[in-house]
Design a protein around this ligand. Structure first.
Ligand SMILES: C[S@@+](CC[C@H](N)C(=O)[O-])C[C@H]1O[C@@H](n2cnc3c(N)ncnc32)[C@H](O)[C@@H]1O
Length: 277
C-alpha cells in the first residue's frame, strides 16, 4: 500500500459524503412536486403526509449511471453533497493546493445544502493539521429566495425557491459535521440570506471561495461581498455555470472586473479559476 494516510482518508471521505460506495436509494415521490401541476402537487403532498403517519412512503426507483453520479446529475437521497465525484475531486485538489502552497485565507462555500462539500473542506484542514484556517458555511438553511426580478432580471421565473428538497436546517448540517467528527471552532456558520450575511461576515482573507447558490442574485451577491478578499493564488470555484442565471452572473462579474484568469471546466456545470491578477 503506497498511498499516504491523508490520501486514503480524504478519498474515503469523498466517496462516503457522495454516497458513492452504495447504490442510489429510491426517491420520495413528493420531492419531485415542483415539477407537477398544482392539483397533482396537492394530492401527492396529502398522500405523502397520510402515509408518513404510518411510517410509509411513496418512492420512485432510480438507477443513475456511474457517469451521471460522478457528474452530480442526480439529486441524491442519502448523500451529504449533490455535487458528484468530479467536482469533489476539483474541490479537494484546490484545497490541497492552497494548503501546500500556504496561500493565505479561510475557506467558504456559499450554498451548502446538507454540508458535504464544507465537511470535505474541513477534513482537508484536519488531514494537513492546519489549525489556522476556518471553514465558513453560508446558507439560509431554508432553501433559495424567491426571484427578485426588479433587481436581477436574469432570475425572472426561477423556481428554485419552490424546491423544498433544497431546504436543510442548520441543526441538520451541524449534525452532519458531527457525524464525521469535524464540528469544532474552525467551522463557522453564517445563517441567513447572502445579501444580509456575506457583506459583514468576519472574514479577512479567503483561499477558497466556492459558489453554489444556483441563481444570479445568489452568485453575484457572494462575488460582490467576497471576491476582493480572495488571495492571489486562491481559487474561485463555481458549481452552477450550467445554470443560466449563475452563468450570466459569472460572465457579468468577470467582464465588469476585467478578470483575465482562465475559466477552467470541471464537468457539465462546474468551472473554476485561480486568481492570479
Ligand atoms: C444546490 S444547493 C448547494 C449544494 C451543496 N453545495 C452540496 O455540496 O451539495 C444550494 C444551496 O444554496 C442555498 N442558497 C441559495 N441562494 C441563497 C441565498 N441567496 N441566501 C442563502 N442561501 C442560499 C440554498 O439554501 C441551498 O442550500
Amino acid at each position: 500500500m503506497r498511498e499516504k494516510p491523508e490520501d486514503l482518508y480524504l478519498n474515503l471521505l469523498k466517496n462516503t459524503l457522495s454516497f458513492n460506495l452504495w447504490p442510489e436509494p429510491p426517491v420520495p415521490v413528493e420531492s419531485q412536486n415542483y415539477l407537477r401541476a398544482p392539483w397533482k402537487r396537492t394530492i401527492i403532498s396529502f398522500l405523502a403526509r397520510i402515509l408518513k403517519l404510518k411510517n410509509l412512503g411513496l418512492v420512485q426507483y432510480v438507477s443513475p449511471t456511474e457517469e451521471e453520479r460522478a457528474e452530480g446529475k442526480v439529486w441524491p437521497g442519502y448523500a451529504d453533497t449533490m455535487i458528484g465525484l468530479k467536482r469533489l475531486d476539483n474541490l479537494l485538489q484546490c484545497c490541497r493546493d492552497v494548503v501546500e502552497k500556504k496561500i493565505q485565507g479561510d475557506f467558504i462555500e456559499t450554498g451548502v445544502w446538507r454540508g458535504g462539500s464544507c465537511i470535505l473542506m474541513r477534513a482537508v484542514l484536519a488531514a494537513y493539521r492546519d489549525t489556522g484556517r476556518k471553514v465558513f458555511v453560508a446558507d439560509s438553511f431554508a432553501g433559495l429566495p424567491p426571484p427578485d426580478e426588479d433587481n436581477y432580471e436574469a432570475d425572472a421565473g426561477d423556481v428554485h425557491h419552490q424546491m423544498d428538497f433544497l431546504a436543510v436546517s442548520e441543526e441538520q448540517v451541524r449534525r452532519n459535521f458531527e457525524r464525521y467528527g469535524l464540528l469544532d471552532e474552525q467551522v463557522v456558520f453564517l445563517k441567513g440570506w447572502f445579501k444580509d450575511t456575506l457583506p459583514t461576515a468576519p472574514i479577512d482573507d479567503l483561499a477558497i471561495l466556492r459558489l453554489d447558490g444556483d441563481m444570479y442574485e445568489s452568485t453575484m451577491t457572494a462575488l460582490d461581498a467576497l471576491y476582493d478578499k480572495l488571495s492571489p493564488g486562491g481559487y474561485c470555484i463555481v458549481d452552477d455555470y450550467g445554470l443560466r442565471g449563475c452563468k450570466q452572473a459569472i460572465d457579468d462579474f468577470r467582464k465588469t472586473h476585467s478578470i483575465p484568469d482562465q475559466l477552467i471546466s470541471v464537468d457539465w456545470t462546474g468551472v473554476y479559476w485561480q486568481k492570479n491578477s
